[in-house]
Design a protein around this ligand. Structure first.
Ligand SMILES: C[S@@+](CC[C@H](N)C(=O)[O-])C[C@H]1O[C@@H](n2cnc3c(N)ncnc32)[C@H](O)[C@@H]1O
Length: 300
């Protein structure tokens, strides 16, 4: 991507950039800001509301073992566990050590010897051999890695010829894509990121997806793009309880609240997020929020 194109992307998505955290030095060592961001919170608290949709998504993949699957940006295994329960040999890779540990605990509790979680970066899958997976899946995971062209190349590299890559990505500027709206509101309360930062939300735009996989050597006719829906559901949560969870456990929203608190605007941020959750909630007693995402399927 040349400089002027990067700048125009910046301008288009600037409202959704700020909550993702930037480089920091720790005792003289560069700490991966992406890792810091996700280890700062505890995504398991949010993931608990996504289990049904994770199951449904895996169901829709038509898993037929024997099959080796990489779940990239797997969190604590919302999709990795159902994949393994269907008999696939699954490796979950995530940048956050706390989520890798949580995933391994869930796998052990479920007695799944065919599922292992390990730490790794979607931008550079060190130690992962070329063409080693039949399916590479990434549900709202790899989209958050900071170098999208490297991510596309890595996903193509580790997937077998004849295999599949499936991604789920939130869609920017789409009022039905709940999490993109949460991030948009959050970013309005955080300082702007450095020039050149590419918003994760760009993975929800057809042209960028085609461009990134195109540069990884995949032609357009091998890529299908369609909208799909994920559901956040809980009988035990209210809209304000949901935002309390995002505030305490979801890295990008935690950053937004920290910045808003410094400016005396935390109440305003909270109210906007609760209003959004109320507007999108269809349950009278708990939480049921539908969230549109871009489902990307690449046939190699
Ligand atoms: C929104 S969570 C989704 C987790 C899981 N896929 C799910 O659906 O429950 C995003 C995940 O991506 C992971 N992640 C972010 N950047 C990453 C990177 N560069 N490499 C690997 N994982 C990353 C985070 O640690 C986090 O677990």
């Amino acid at each position: 991507m040349n400089g002027s194109r990067a700048l125009s992307l910046w301008q288009i998505y600037e409202n959704e950039l700020g909550a993702f955290g930037f480089a920091r030095y720790d005792g003289g060592n560069m700490v991966n800001p992406n890792q810091l961001l996700w280890e700062k919170g505890d995504f398991t608290a949010i993931a608990a509301m996504m289990r049904h949709s994770g199951e449904a998504l895996v169901q829709s993949l038509g898993i037929q073992p024997p099959l080796r699957v990489l779940d990239l940006g797997c969190g604590d295994g919302t999709t990795a566990l159902p994949l393994a329960q269907r008999g696939a040999e699954v490796v979950g890779i995530d940048i956050a050590r706390n989520l890798v540990d949580a995933g391994n605990q869930r796998a052990a509790a479920a007695g799944l010897a065919n599922l292992a979680f390990q730490q790794g970066d979607a931008c550079r899958l060190e130690g992962v051999a070329d063409h080693s997976f039949d399916l590479t899946l990434s549900v709202f995971g790899a989209m958050f890695a900071p170098k999208p062209f490297d991510v596309a190349k890595e996903m193509v590299r580790v997937t077998k010829p004849g295999g599949r890559i499936v991604m789920g990505n939130w869609i920017p500027n789409d009022p039905t894509s709940y999490v993109s709206q949460v991030l948009k509101i959050s970013s309005a309360f955080t300082p702007p990121p450095p020039e050149g930062f590419i918003s994760p939300m760009t993975w929800g735009v057809d042209a960028h997806v085609l461009d990134r996989f195109g540069q990884a050597g995949v032609s357009e006719e091998k890529i299908s793009l369609r909208k799909d829906t994920f559901h956040f559901s809980s009988e035990d949560q209210s809209p304000s309880g949901l935002i309390d969870l995002f505030r305490r456990y979801y890295g990008p929203t935690m950053n937004a609240f920290e910045a808003a608190e410094k400016n005396g605007k935390a109440g305003e941020l909270y109210d906007q997020l609760v209003d959004l959750a109320k507007a999108q909630n269809s349950s009278a007693t708990g939480i049921s929020i539908s969230a549109t995402f871009l489902r990307v399927t690449v046939h190699l």
